[in-house]
Write a protein of this length. Sequence first.
Length: 135
Amino acid sequence: MISGKEKIISILAISVLLLGIFSALYVNATQINKDTITINGNEYTLNQIFSMCTKRSIETGEGEKTGIALEDLILKIGVYCPACHNYVIKAEDKYQQTISWDILKTGILTDYGRVFFPDTAHTFWVRNVIEIEVK
């Protein structure tokens, strides 16, 4: 026979498991998986971006990374005087970094939506990029 104490522990354990399951379902259901990136006010799919830009490989502290050249991307979308602007790279989780043209032109955007810049602190690298704002 199960005593009252064992019954309460079993109910609490089941409650905690159910809470965990429902929390995981909620988090996964509310996540936004955006397959577009807004650049200078216009939306582009990753396929569009990768079809119009040149691929480049760079060496980082985490090894070689390959993606499209951000310099090429900014020039191809028609930003007038790219050196006259700063660029705010925004992530899905609201993280953002403002960088100058000198840094941006060394970087790449990977096919999984991450930017890397060689010879910069990792804080400049942004995951899950959803926007590149031209300031």
